[in-house]
Ligand binder design. Structure first.
Ligand SMILES: [Zn+2]
Length: 109
């Protein structure tokens, strides 16, 4: 076997994360799939459900308040940004309320 083939065992790819990109190495066999579905592969690399991954990146690692405003719209206030995926997923599951909608956080005093 040639050296080229050994070198192509894995490939470095960049995937989107809040505030930037993270480099991952993926097996060469996954490259085609990565080209077709970057989000799917990225979510898998980070071990997150696809929908969660998309929202985590789009919202820059912040969770949007789950309350509805008086106008019947989803409250746009978000939690702190840049949360790590595990924190983010925990808060997303639990449901985040901003200070306007009764959530108490760092600004309780
Ligand atoms: Zn709110």
């Amino acid at each position: 076997m040639t050296r080229d083939i050994e070198w192509s065992h894995s490939v470095m790819v960049s995937i989107a994360v809040p505030y930037g990109w993270r480099a991952f190495s993926i097996p060469f066999s996954e490259v085609e799939r990565f080209k077709l579905d970057q989000i799917g592969v990225a979510a898998q690399l980070l071990d997150m459900p696809r929908e969660d991954y998309v929202r985590w990146v789009e919202q820059e690692g912040s969770v949007q308040c789950m309350a509805t405003t008086k106008q019947g719209k989803r409250c746009r206030i978000g939690s702190q940004r840049g949360m790590r995926k595990t924190e983010w997923m925990a808060l997303d599951r639990e449901g985040f309320l901003c200070h306007v909608h009764g959530g108490g956080s760092a600004s309780q005093s």
